[in-house]
Design a protein. Structure first.
Length: 165
């Protein structure tokens, strides 16, 4: 029986995680693994290009990944897993994430003359070449992708009066 070095096992594990998510229509956004006191902690953040990842999806992925780790002996240590969706405060990084959030309210950080500046507005358009169009109450901002330091979706809450309409 061949025993893989620990670093190689961990690299193989990340590849298995990415493949498992892709088989179910998800994209891997973040993967981390930390081993402390003989226990490996895995953190996986995934999303879909269309739609979202649900609690049931996370539970199913957790079961399948746990079974895969045990069957293929991908970890020799005890392990714990966290599989989740990105959440509202997760930064938009990929073109598909911007496209998915057209029409939503964003906070976009851009370089300014005296340091970074935050813009808030609705994402009106996104193009991989031209960048993004953000509409605030007072103006429209056309930003190239290179101008965006960070971007996150802002939560929007409807008042009880708006919900009755």
């Amino acid at each position: 029986m061949f025993i893989y070095p620990k670093a190689e096992l961990l690299d193989r594990l990340e590849q298995h995680v990415e493949t498992l998510l892709a088989e179910h229509g998800f994209k891997l956004l973040e993967y981390s693994q930390i081993t402390r006191n003989g226990t490996t902690h895995l953190r996986v953040v995934g999303d879909r290009e269309v739609g979202s990842i649900s609690v049931d999806d996370c539970a199913m992925l957790t079961r399948e990944l746990r079974n895969l780790i045990i069957e293929q002996k991908l970890l020799t240590d005890d392990f714990r897993m966290e599989i989740s969706s990105p959440g509202l405060d997760y930064p938009l990084r990929e073109a598909w994430q911007f496209k998915k959030n057209i029409g939503r309210l964003l906070k976009v950080r851009i370089p300014g003359p005296k340091g970074p500046k935050d813009l808030r507005g609705r994402l009106v358009e996104f193009d991989e070449t031209a960048g993004l169009t953000l509409r605030s109450e007072s103006q429209v901002h056309q930003l190239g992708q290179a101008d965006v330091l960070s971007a996150v979706v802002l939560p929007e809450f409807k008042s009880p009066v708006e919900l009755k309409k």
